[in-house]
Design a protein around this ligand. Structure first.
Ligand code: BDR
Ligand code: CA
Length: 312
């Protein structure tokens, strides 16, 4: 059996982040070294409580959780309460989390793990890229210790937070700019592909058919998420964005990618946070990212439901 990929999940839970945690923590192809949090879907404090909540509910006790950036690099924080609710993880009734939080900050923990781990580590940011940009800027010497950055963010098409910008990139465009220009291998899993991962009614039936507490919890999360997506964008089923980035690490054949140039719009009056993906190589810019284009949705959902079935 091939070695598990050492990975750090940087997230802002968040409904789809919560299922990304369940997938990353349970799959044998991943050695999940840490969960780090960042402000995005809610404040950093709320997102951290939510990471602790989902880990407590799932019995994930051996993965450190560290608090990250509370603000984007520039400007003021804009949160995703309109999608994820006041808690950031609305829907289920949550008890007090039993899993604690690390004494190290997210950046300290990521830096230490990059330094100490014998293998290069895959970073999977599925929220705004603030923590990752801070690591790259403060410790450029550690770039060779990053195997790859597989991020959920951006789009080859239009946005969701503004007409041209996807939420994670829009919250901190300067951080995204640093990541895409870092020279580290970046894989961008954007809306054009995550919108192929729709939690249709059959998915909810399969989850509740597991007959487990975790299956039911996922249904409650996806039911709240579904109402947000219907109200905000008119989707009849919600997309499970963040878990698609984790799936790409587990099995690259699930998510087809192509090498292209990507630049981040940081200045536009109406387009700040847009990912300018040069699909036809018109700009003469060098290829700096692998961009996800197509998801094998049936196999993705098999993987996700199998992951949830490993919990009680
Ligand atoms: C991204 O923004 C958040 O709402 C989700 O958690 C996902 O990471 C989708 O645009
Ligand atoms: Ca997220």
């Amino acid at each position: 059996m091939p070695m598990a990929t050492p990975m750090i999940l940087d997230c802002d839970p968040g409904h789809d982040d919560a299922l990304a945690i369940l997938l990353a923590a349970s799959h044998p192809a991943i050695d999940l070294l840490a969960i780090t949090t960042v402000a995005g879907n809610q404040t950093m404090e709320k997102c951290t409580i939510n990471a602790r909540r989902i880990c407590s509910a799932a019995g994930i006790t051996d993965v450190p959780i560290a608090k990250g950036a509370a603000e984007p690099l520039l400007g003021t924080l804009h949160i995703g309460e309109y999608v994820h609710g006041v808690s950031g993880l609305d829907g289920p009734e949550w008890g007090e989390p039993t899993v604690g939080v690390s004494s190290e900050s997210a950046v300290e923990l990521i830096v230490r793990l990059l330094r100490e781990h014998p293998e290069p580590i895959t970073l999977v940011p599925v929220g705004p890229l603030t923590n990752i940009a801070l690591v790259l800027k403060s410790h450029p010497e550690l770039k060779p210790k990053i195997r790859e950055i597989v991020l959920m963010g951006g789009s080859t098409e239009r946005g969701n937070d503004t007409p041209y910008a996807e939420f994670n990139i829009k919250v901190d465009p300067e951080a995204a700019d640093i990541v895409f220009r870092s020279g580290v291998q970046v894989t961008m899993v954007g809306l054009n592909v995550t919108h192929q991962a729709l939690a249709v009614p059959e998915v909810l039936e399969r989850l509740s058919g597991l007959g487990t507490r975790m299956g039911d919890l996922c249904v409650e999360l996806l039911t709240f998420f579904s109402a947000s997506y219907l109200r905000t964008w008119g989707f009849t089923s919600p997309p499970l964005h963040d878990a698609v980035a984790v799936a790409r690490v587990i099995d690259p054949t699930l998510v087809e990618c192509i090498p292209v140039p990507v630049v981040i719009e940081t200045m536009g009056r109406f387009t700040s946070g847009a990912t300018c993906v040069d699909l036809h190589h018109l700009t003469g810019e060098p290829d700096n990212a692998l961009v996800a284009m197509k998801l094998d949705a049936p196999r993705f959902w098999d993987l996700m439901i199998e992951a949830v079935s490993t919990y009680e």
